[in-house]
Design a protein around this ligand. Sequence first.
Ligand SMILES: [Zn+2]
Ligand SMILES: [Zn+2]
Length: 138
Amino acid sequence: MSKPFRGGCACQTVRYEVFGEPVAMVDCQCRQCQRDSGTGHASHMVFAGAEVKVEGEVRTWDLVGDAGTRKRSGFCAICGSPVLLTFPDAPAIFSVRAASLDEPGRYGPQFVTWTASAQPWDCIDPALTRFERMPPGQ
Ligand SMILES: [Zn+2]
Ligand SMILES: [Zn+2]
């Protein structure tokens, strides 16, 4: 196994460590990710069944995706940075925001979701596989 993925929020009160390999790295251009990130997309590094350690006070708010998926967004109680995403109906899944990584270069998007709501000023590598909404079966 490679070294753990470490990272945290902007003020570094929230710190996490993930022991495992990501199962997906996704740039999502849905409206929820746009509003939450303050820009054209959010970049999610997704783990399944990984051992996770989180320190610092994480607050959460719940949202429901257009496909009905319940999501729980975790952010720092002090600085408000969005850091984590978990899924109440799929507790094995744990996702971190790419830019929260201590080594953001370990993130490499594999595909793009929700291009249906992409903004013309948000340019993502056109070579990546794109989905108008979510990939089939997700
Ligand atoms: Zn913080
Ligand atoms: Zn999204």
